[in-house]
Design a protein around this ligand. Structure first.
Ligand SMILES: Nc1ncnc2c1ncn2[C@@H]1O[C@H](COP(=O)(O)OP(=O)(O)O)[C@@H](O)[C@H]1O
Ligand SMILES: [Mg+2]
Length: 442
């Protein structure tokens, strides 16, 4: 899952990016609306101020001694003003000004209504038949700051929104995919020979068809393998009786034929029939090994099984086998019959393909590790990977079917055991060694 795109990661990332962009667009839109509303409120306040001050200013100017010159509105104390005003006559002479008013902010001639200078928003009004003008100014920076502060306040939740959205989406995707994960795990953990249907509980609708297709595929595969296995098993089984009959007849014929060349021919036919009979029993073993039933219901001790096998071979090839078996029981769920087939094929190979002068060493350690090693010419490295395929042989000097290692491999993979072959054998210059751990715990 590392290099591929994780649905969880992609969704969390893109949903969060999308949400952030939408939020930013929202902030922009509400910022514009807020600015418009702020302008309206500020304009109305500006207008209201002008209309309130004007009658007072007119009264004061008219009452004042004309010679006194432009006056300043009395300030309660020195303070900074947001809103400043000028009262002028129509030629622009200042008659009254607010305490902090800066005349350079205003136009040279008074104007009526709202207008803007680069730095201020101004409202002008007139009284006494357009002889007195009041202009009230408010710095634009003031409004700008109000709009910026409103927008910033809207941006603030983003700091929280981004991580919360990431976590929520991550969690929501994980939660909705939990059944898919269970499904994946049940696929991953099953052995490579387990073709039973996968039980699927309430998968999201998008994944349901995938599970159904996998189960259909598994069923088709199971049926095909089953058909192949039963064909092999049935043919091998059906061949047994005619083969045995033919063998018996050839053996009888052999005793009746005294002359050398024909007797020799009969012996050759007997040998071929025996090869055929061995092939058919190997095919039967292979069909059984691939057919399951490799695991028993309860554990059994495999040491006596191995000892019996070895003593059988020891009788046929005295002194050729060295056995080192654990003193304590080695218990496993591996079916004793399947274990016997596996060990027999490996021991047969070691005796058949190994050098006749050196012994075959068989070890079954307490931890369940079984190694069977022999000397003899090493197998070329390029031939090693194919050895366990059916009908593959690397030694044609002795007769054989090429099915021995295929049977061993079939049993090992049905039981999920790791099987290794080494040639040359480990710790030797030549030979062959097979190793696997036969312990399967419940
Ligand atoms: N113990 C062994 N020592 C040397 N070669 C072996 C051994 N076991 C298997 N091989 C090689 O692997 C090949 C495949 O083995 P197998 O499938 O049992 O077929 P077969 O024994 O009928 O030839 C053999 O032909 C042989 O070349
Ligand atoms: Mg063999």
């Amino acid at each position: 899952m590392k290099t591929e795109n994780s649905l969880q990661k992609t969704l969390s990332l893109w949903l969060t990016v999308g949400l952030t962009l939408l939020w930013l667009a929202g902030v922009l839109a509400s910022g514009l609306v807020a600015r418009h509303e702020i302008n309206e409120v500020f304009d109305s306040a500006l207008q209201e101020t002008a209309q309130r001050i004007l009658p007072l200013a007119v009264t004061e100017i008219l009452n004042r001694d004309a010679a006194a010159g432009p006056g300043r509105a009395p300030a309660t104390e020195d303070h900074e003003e947001y809103i400043t005003y000028l009262v002028r006559d129509n030629s622009g002479n200042i008659l009254l000004r607010s305490h902090d008013a800066d005349p350079s902010v205003f136009n040279t001639k008074p104007k009526i209504g709202f207008f803007e200078t680069p730095s201020h928003r101004i409202y002008g009004d007139s009284a006494v038949s357009d002889t007195l003008f009041i202009e009230v100014a408010e710095p634009l920076a003031h409004r700008r700051q109000a709009a910026i502060e409103t927008s910033l306040a809207l941006l603030l939740p983003l700091i929280l929104l981004v991580p919360v959205s990431l976590i929520c989406v991550w969690w929501a995707v994980r939660f909705s995919l939990r059944r898919v994960l269970v499904f994946r795990q049940s696929l991953e953990t099953r052995g490579n020979t387990d073709l039973s249907p996968i039980t699927v509980t309430r998968l999201p609708a998008e994944f349901g068809p995938i599970a159904t297709s996998i189960n259909q595929l598994l069923e088709r595969l199971r049926n095909a393998l089953e058909a192949e296995r039963s064909f092999t098993a049935n043919s091998a089984h059906e061949l047994r009786t005619p083969l045995a009959t033919a063998l018996a007849q050839v053996q009888r014929l052999k005793t009746e034929l005294a002359e050398e060349p024909t007797h020799q021919k009969a012996c050759e036919i007997e040998e071929s029939l025996q090869d055929l009979s061995r092939l058919s029993s190997k095919l039967l073993e292979l069909a059984k090994a691939e057919g399951g039933g490799i695991l028993a219901e309860k554990e059994s001790n495999l040491v006596p099984v191995l000892r019996t096998l070895v003593s059988d071979y020891d009788r046929l090839h005295p002194g050729r086998i060295q056995l080192e078996a654990a003193d304590m029981p080695v218990t496993s769920l591996l079916d004793p019959d399947a274990f016997a087939i596996l060990a027999r094929n490996l021991i047969e190979n070691a005796l058949k393909h190994g050098s006749e002068t050196d012994p075959v060493t068989i070890r079954l350690l307490q931890d369940g590790t079984l190694t069977i090693a022999n000397s003899g010419p090493a197998i070329p490295p390029e031939a090693m990977p194919q050895l366990q395929n059916r009908f593959v042989r690397a030694n044609n000097k002795v007769s054989g079917s090429g099915l021995g290692l295929a049977i061993v491999q079939a049993i090992a993979s049905s039981a999920n055991l790791k099987l290794s072959f080494y040639s040359p054998a480990r710790g030797r210059e030549d030979g062959f060694e097979a190793e696997l751990n036969v312990v399967i715990r419940p």
